[in-house]
Design a protein around this ligand. Structure first.
Ligand code: FES
Ligand code: FES
Length: 181
């Protein structure tokens, strides 16, 4: 069967079988940011967003992606211009091997879109389905709380860019360095 969806802002179409799983289709088509951990819906390492909802792609039939908007970690920042959640993970040293991090970041991004100012308990609850085998969770939780603070001062644009207002000049500066004047 034929499905069409939007992945990270790009319209894509795929020939798939009804029994195919989203994680397999994503990884076969170059979206390898979503990791295969348990492959049974128990670790969260394959988490992507479908129409904004954090979703474990290893147990999601690809037919659910038909007509949907999918976001994977590849659609966030670049090496030179990280998304605020990615930057907070780096700044808080919230990773070791990194295998769980794409899923953690997509889950965290979804949380902050729904609840921009979560408490520590709410962050821990939101991340409770995402396992990390080496970092522990303290720094990850701290990173999400810091991202929340930073994003509170920034406006995330529809194109994934973001902007903030400079306290000194009053100018709005976006992630491409452009101002509102
Ligand atoms: S790989 Fe999907 S939940 Fe573990
Ligand atoms: S950083 Fe290694 S599994 Fe989380």
């Amino acid at each position: 069967m034929h499905i069409e969806c939007t992945i990270n802002g790009n319209e894509r179409s795929f020939e798939v079988s009804k029994s195919d799983l989203l994680l397999d289709v994503l990884r076969q088509n170059g979206y390898t940011g979503a990791k295969r951990g348990c492959d049974t819906g128990a670790c969260g390492m394959c988490t992507v967003q479908i129409d904004g909802e954090p979703t474990m792609s290893c147990i999601t039939p690809v037919v659910k992606a038909d007509g949907a908007t999918i976001e994977t970690v590849e659609g966030l920042g670049t090496q030179d211009d990280l998304h605020p959640v990615q930057q907070a993970f780096v700044d808080n040293s919230a990773l070791q091997c990194g295998f769980c991090i794409p899923g953690m970041i997509m889950r965290s991004k979804a949380l902050l879109e729904e609840n921009p100012s979560p408490s520590e308990a709410e962050v821990r609850e939101a991340l409770s389905d995402n396992l990390c085998r080496c970092t522990g969770y303290k720094k990850i939780v701290e990173a999400v709380l810091e991202a929340s603070e930073r994003m509170g001062e920034q406006t995330v644009a529809a194109d994934g860019g973001y902007s903030c207002r400079c306290e000194d000049t009053g100018l709005e500066v976006d992630s491409r360095g452009e101002t509102d004047r």
